[in-house]
Every structure is written in C-alpha cells, then in structure tokens.
Design a protein around this ligand. Structure first.
Ligand code: SAH
Length: 208
C-alpha cells in the first residue's frame, strides 16, 4: 500500500509514509472487510459512512505539513483511521463525529489501540471545536458546501485547513492557509466524500 499507492503516486513526506506503514488499517475496517483493508479505495464502515482511500488520507495529511508538536482538529472521526495516522504525527488530535454510536465505538477502539493523544468528541463539527482552539491544522474528512468561517477563525496564524468543498457528490480538495496577511486558498485535486452534515454544512433532510 505505502510503496505502490502512496510513494508511487507522489506522496513524499517520510513522516506521513512512516505513520501509514505503522497504523494497522485492517483494525479500522469491520471484521467482514478485513482482507480488503489495504485496497486502493474507500470502504464502508457502517452508518452509511466510509473509511477514506489510503491515498486520500496520505495526501490530506501531507498537506497539513505536520512536524510533530502540533494541535490538530479533525472533523469526521468515522473509522478512526485518519485520527490514528494524525496521532503519530502531531502532539494532540481532537476529532469530532456527529453520529453518536460511531463516535463511541471509534473512541473506544482508538483508546484500546493506545492512541492516547486522540480526543474524541461527539458533536456537530461544522462549527469546529472552539473550546480547544486555536489549532495548527484542521482536516475535514466530509464534503462541505462551503468553507465554514469557524474553521479559519479557529486556526492559528500560519495554520492550515484541508477541506473538500463542492456538491454533495463531488468536491475539490482545498488547502487553506491562514497568514498574517489573510487567507490563501488553493485546490489540490478532485475528490468524493460523504456529506458534512450540520449547521454550517448540508441539511440532513436534503441528503438522500
Ligand atoms: N476520517 C474518517 C472518514 C470518515 S467519513 C476515517 O478515516 O475513517 C466522514 C465522517 O464525517 C462520517 O463518519 C460522518 O458521520 C462524519 N460527519 C459528517 N458530518 C459531520 C459533522 N457535522 N460533524 C462531525 N462529523 C461529521
């Protein structure tokens, strides 16, 4: 997975490659899909949600440019795989999930696997997590209709936000940098994520 899907496609950050080599992805997919855990695609994790494709996890993580001492916010805990990767690359990871059953199950898995610097919170992550702000990095792993102002407000100066923005069915992956001069946005690639549902995201009743 690391050599072919990640390094082979241009992921260069050795810390990211190393973290993805260490995190056992098969523990984050259900027992029934265990033998498909290292495939080059997203997989269902229950509640209509998905674990992202390994390449997308690597790319989004690389865009954060983590050096090791950062406080990171993740929106969309899902399986916990992305949180586990982040936990090896930053000093503290706050991860927010809106589906209570998923948040509880994943929080327990992360704790049992020893990812002690990951803090799982169940709430509507479209408003960020102001109680622990500001963050060095924010990573949103669900597709948003727009960039909520709360995210850039909760970033430190020189902080980075990685977020898929677009329609419900396809998005562009944005890298947003907060500088002393203002906000700089660039698009990295096209992508497809499940919808970010909540106050500053999609309306739940409009989704299906
Ligand atoms: N990072 C995850 C990918 C999860 S898929 C992984 O590595 O497996 C996206 C997740 O975002 C889903 O679990 C979904 O329930 C969650 N989500 C959607 N809207 C949300 C919101 N407003 N706040 C928090 N989580 C949300």
């Amino acid at each position: 997975m690391v050599e072919i899907q990640l390094r082979g496609r241009g992921i260069k950050d050795e810390r990211v490659l190393d973290a993805m080599e260490k995190v056992p992805r098969h523990l984050f997919v259900g027992k029934e899909l265990e033998d498909r855990a290292y495939e080059d695609n997203a997989l269902p994790v229950g509640e209509g949600q998905t674990i992202s494709q390994p390449y997308m996890v690597a790319l989004m993580t690389e865009l954060l440019e983590l050096k090791g001492g950062e406080k990171v916010l993740e929106i969309g805990t899902g399986s916990g795989y992305q949180s586990a990767v982040l936990s090896l690359l930053a000093s503290d990871v706050y991860t927010v999930e809106r589906i209570q059953s998923l948040g509880i199950k994943t929080g327990k898995l992360l704790a049992d696997q020893g990812y002690g610097n990951v803090h799982t919170v169940i709430s509507d992550g479209t408003l960020g997590l102001p109680e622990h702000a500001p963050y060095d990095g924010i990573i949103v792993t669900a597709g948003a209709p727009k960039i909520p102002i709360e995210y850039t407000d909760q970033l430190k100066i020189n902080g980075r936000l990685v977020i898929p923005v677009g329609s419900r069915y396809s998005q562009a992956l944005y890298l947003v940098k907060k500088t002393a001069r203002g906000i700089e946005k660039s698009v990295s690639t096209g992508c497809v994520f499940v919808p970010l549902i909540g106050k500053a995201g999609w309306d739940e009743t409009e989704i299906y």
